[in-house]
Design a protein around this ligand. Structure first.
Ligand SMILES: Cc1cc2nc3c(=O)[nH]c(=O)nc-3n(C[C@H](O)[C@H](O)[C@H](O)COP(=O)(O)OP(=O)(O)OC[C@H]3O[C@@H](n4cnc5c(N)ncnc54)[C@H](O)[C@@H]3O)c2cc1C
Length: 605
């Protein structure tokens, strides 16, 4: 039985249909919004349909910022238009969305209902509903652009004699009514948030105190669907034959043939709720067989100093270590499904509880929650250059450097491998995103928004709160104070942080398998130089057929010494200063310094 409405409902005699405006909640299971709207339609004996809009504002190339306010009418007076040459959604992610929307339509049809898929601004599409319609949707309070769209839709519906209602649904782990604080007062540190919500130690354990804030369990799909409204026509409706064909759909959404050809050959996870659930079930099955995290093989662990960090640890378990990424420890790879709402954090957490990775899943899902709450609290300030902490710094916007970073042509092999993996697959593991972001901000000194906007375009799992929240952490422009956002504000002109990070990558992947996979120019380079090609002599370059500055770019940050890396007085544990091969490398490095500086200057021209 569907839930009864909380208050007595006043239904106008000319009642129009009940509409579920599907947004990033593309599923029928664990969807409280869908249950509520279906329940209301059944109680009121009104027809029901679902509507999804491909909104061109969120697909096209656009200046950075608020596509919903192109004339800056709602903005602060000092706002300037900035163009960072990124699309809001690349064709690869559009492909994924198309699959997810189509899968939802098929699921609703199997249940005797209907999804109308339209291309157009939601206010234009839903604004054409007959008077007396009642539209319900999931609000997205994390994103100023999405809250703008909600306002536009609400205004148009009211003008047309209809209504918009919202329901927090299950986008967050916690329902807002269950939080022990107002969203504006949420603790600024991750640890503090964990305690406030009753987690005993959110970093290491999934245990919760008695009386901890409740996490609602998943709810089933509606068991019955009301009749579909007869003859409902909406502007921008996409014909079934176009929707069924990915290429026709991409053309219809405004992607060029060239963009479409490129992404058709790229492999992505299958979109849709069923595929998401299957993905999760496979992870659960594997995780049940796996050793618990503490018994996993160890690695050299080094994290960039963004949100509080300790020195390098040898023998620690690094879940993000490259070799672990294909195992249950490395991650669930569910983020793309969560971003479109094919599956919820609540369902994932409840399934993960059956595995030895419960604490790990809780910790990561709580980071998601932390970022959602951060975005709700700081809202439009999240996308400002200076961030909520109003950090003043000089930021470079050099478009050539930006393009090199985006395309993975920086001459730093690990960074280039990360950036190219992102371009080819729409995916990058957390530590790759973080290292590439840190490199852009603290080694190339670029405006962080260029990177965030690029990730917005490219990530299959793009989500406003996760993307801009994580960029704020890396760029250290969060709310400041004694919190996870504080970290160190020190500059690092010697690239120590980067060098340590690359050194850890080198120690954990000595043959550079990850680099070779994504940077074909370096496949012939020997293990000794694959992480540090700037150390090759002319003879080495000739022998392996990879000449720096010709076949592979010279490093944009010069030759990096990964040997003499130390941080805060701590020697890198894998750095054996008496290792003869390193002594030799050091010598070569000095010789190469001058030569490569020249190469770099040449490449920058
Ligand atoms: C610069 C940068 C940009 C990012 N942009 C996005 C983005 O647009 N969308 C996105 O979903 N994640 C983003 N992340 C966070 C993180 O990289 C991904 O959530 C994670 O890699 C997804 O892989 P997974 O599903 O295997 O996650 P798991 O490690 O299995 O974790 C499970 C889920 O927990 C959540 N989660 C885990 N880590 C984080 C984190 N650091 N922040 C927020 N949520 C987290 C995600 O929903 C994830 O799917 C970004 C990180 C960085 C450093």
């Amino acid at each position: 039985m569907e839930p009864a409405a909380k208050k007595a409902r006043v239904v106008p005699t000319s009642a129009g249909p009940c509409i579920w405006w599907a947004r990033n909640d593309l599923r029928v299971q664990d969807n409280p919004v869908l249950r509520a709207v279906v329940g209301a339609a059944l109680v009121d004996k009104r027809p029901f349909a679902a509507v999804f809009c491909f909104d061109p504002r969120f697909l096209d190339s656009s200046p950075y910022g608020r596509v919903t306010d192109p004339e800056f009418k709602k903005s602060i007076p000092t706002r300037k238009e900035i163009t960072f040459s990124s699309r809001k959604t690349c064709a690869l992610r559009a492909r994924f969305w198309i699959q997810c929307v189509r899968a939802l339509g098929e699921e609703l049809e199997r249940r005797g209902s209907r999804l109308l898929v339209c291309r157009g601004k939601p206010e234009d599409v839903l604004g054409a509903l007959p008077a007396g319609s009642e539209v319900k949707c999931l609000p997205e309070p994390v994103s100023i652009e999405q809250t703008d769209v909600e306002e536009f839709v609400r205004a148009r519906l009211i003008a047309g004699g209809s209504k918009l209602r919202t329901d927090p649904g299950a986008m967050s782990l916690y329902h807002p009514d269950d939080l022990p604080f107002h969203p504006k007062d949420r603790p600024d540190s991750y640890t503090g948030l964990g305690f406030a919500l009753g987690w005993k130690d959110i970093w290491t354990s999934a245990e919760r105190e008695e009386g901890a804030a409740q996490i609602r369990g998943p709810v089933p799909a509606p068991s019955v669907f009301p009749r579909v409204p007869a003859g409902l026509q909406l502007p921008g409706h996409i014909p079934a034959d176009v929707l069924a064909d990915e290429v026709k759909m991409l053309l219809h959404l405004g992607y060029s043939q060239e963009e479409i050809d490129e992404v058709q050959g790229q492999s992505i996870p299958e979109g849709g709720e069923q595929a998401a659930r299957l993905w999760l079930e496979q992870w659960v099955a594997e995780a049940k067989q796996a050793k618990p995290p503490e018994e996993q093989p160890s690695a050299v662990y080094w994290d960039l100093p963004c949100a509080g960090q300790s020195g390098p640890t040898k023998g620690a378990v690094d879940p993000m270590q490259w070799a672990n990424l294909t195992t249950s420890l490395g991650g669930m790879r569910v983020s793309c499904y969560m971003a479109v709402g094919c599956i919820t954090a609540r369902e994932i957490l409840s399934r993960a509880a059956e595995t030895p990775f419960h604490a790990m899943a809780a910790h990561r899902l709580m980071w998601r929650e932390f970022h959602r709450m951060y975005a709700i609290k700081y809202h439009r300030r999240v996308a400002w250059l200076q961030g909520p902490a109003k950090v003043t710094r000089t930021w470079d916007q050099n478009p050539e450097v930006a393009e090199k970073w985006k395309k993975g042509l920086t001459g730093v092999p690990y960074i280039d491998a990360c950036q190219r993996e992102l371009l080819k697959t729409g995916w990058l593991a957390y530590k790759g995103r973080k290292t590439a972001a840190h490199f852009l901000v603290f080694d190339l000194w670029m405006d962080w928004r260029i990177g965030a906007f690029h990730d917005e375009e490219r990530l299959l799992d793009y989500d406003f709160a996760m993307n801009y929240g994580n960029w704020a952490v890396v760029s250290k422009i969060g709310n400041g104070g004694s919190s996870a956002w504080d970290g160190s504000r020190d500059f690092d002109p010697e690239h120590w942080d980067l060098r340590f990070k690359l050194r850890a990558e080198q120690a954990n992947d000595p043959a550079g398998e990850y680099i070779r996979r994504w940077v074909p120019e370096l496949r012939g380079v020997g293990d000794k130089f694959v992480h540090t090609p700037w150390l090759m002599s002319d003879a080495d370059m000739k022998e392996c057929g990879c000449v720096l500055g010709r076949d592979y770019p010279a490093s944009l940050v010069g030759p990096l010494d990964l040997v003499n890396c130390s941080w805060g007085g701590d020697e890198h544990p894998s750095q054996a200063s008496d290792d003869p091969s390193y002594t030799e490398l050091r010598k070569q490095l000095e010789e190469k310094d001058r030569e490569l500086a020249e190469l770099r200057a040449g490449a920058a021209k």
